[in-house]
Write a protein that binds this ligand. Structure first.
Ligand code: LP5
Ligand code: MN
Length: 260
């Protein structure tokens, strides 16, 4: 994935009122250096032309706590995000199920604003609901139980008191268990639940768009709900190749970082 140029940059930069980019599920880690390089290239060549960049969770393979900020793999990522925010691109971050321990030290170091999940925004005149997406996977009962536990403030406070290496070791154990359990779960169970999607759309008064990641099933779904036409965009992961959603006042477009 060397060539990060993209054919529609010209079209996008011509948009009078700017454009915003959405990504999620990059799962950045030291063992996939080509993906980290692709992300750094994306920030420099693509995101630098945008009004705003929204990272909707799972930027990292996992985040053990903000005291891991000095890690050699994390440093160039943090510096690149900081450069972008200082250049005037608005940077927003939402927690994913793997990096929900990202906190104010990381946000201050990068110039990112943390968004709650879900968040309703006004995007180039449209109402858009943003989410990581894991909360919508309500059929995955075992995961939801786990989520409830690790999202508790007290649990996190206690966990963060452990030495960094102990936390990383515990995370490795969970990762192994999660990979095993995922191999036993059906694809249907690990997708969003339609009723949960409809419920959140009703709660947020029928936004025009819902954008989320997590399921790694990039797609554009059209929903008719109580007389409203709503589009649900699902962002792709960055395991093999980077992808992003670009939105301006004319609409949204799913884009890929081109492979050479
Ligand atoms: O991320 P993805 O898509 O691969 O899988 C998710 C669900 N799995 C997870 C686990 C993460 O991938 C790995 C851990 C991230 C680290 C977080 C840092 C802080 C937490 C530290 C904990 C010690 O989120 C997976 C879903 C899948 O999405 C699809 O939606 O199915 O869920 C699971 O596989 C979870 C299992 O079903 C249940 C795991 C129970 C573990 C119980 C241990 C409890 C003890 C916790 C305290 C040590
Ligand atoms: Mn996720």
């Amino acid at each position: 994935m060397q060539n990060l140029g993209d054919k529609s940059d010209k079209h996008l930069s011509q948009s009078l009122n700017g454009h915003s980019l959405f990504i999620s599920d990059l799962h950045l880690c030291a063992s996939r250096p080509h993906i980290t390089a692709a992300f750094l290239g994306f920030l420099k060549n693509t995101a630098s032309k945008a009004t705003a960049l929204y990272i909707l969770g799972d930027l990292f393979e996992y985040w053990a706590g903000d005291d891991d900020i000095q890690d050699a793999h994390h440093q160039p990522i943090i510096s690149a995000l900081k450069r972008l925010s200082e250049a005037g691109v608005k940077l927003y971050l939402m927690h994913g199920n793997r990096d929900f321990l990202i906190s104010s030290v990381f946000c201050d170091a990068t110039g990112m604003t943390l968004l709650p999940d879900p968040s309703l925004i006004n995007l180039h005149g449209k109402t858009v609901l943003l989410s990581h997406g894991d909360d919508l996977c309500t059929d995955d009962v075992e995961y939801q139980k786990f989520r409830l536990q690790v999202r508790e403030a007290k649990w996190q406070e206690d966990f963060l008191k452990l030495p960094l290496q102990v936390r990383k070791d515990q995370i490795e154990t969970i990762r192994t268990r999660s990979e095993h359990e995922k191999s036993q779960k059906s694809m249907l169970i690990m997708d969003v639940n339609q009723t949960a999607v409809e419920q959140v759309l009703k709660t947020y008064h029928y936004p025009e768009l819902l954008i989320h990641g997590h399921t790694h099933r990039p797609n554009e779904h059209h929903i008719q709900l109580d007389g409203h036409n709503i589009t649900r965009w699902v962002l792709g992961d960055w395991y093999e190749q980077g992808s992003y959603l670009s939105c301006d006042e004319l609409g949204c477009k799913a884009m890929s970082l081109l492979k050479d």
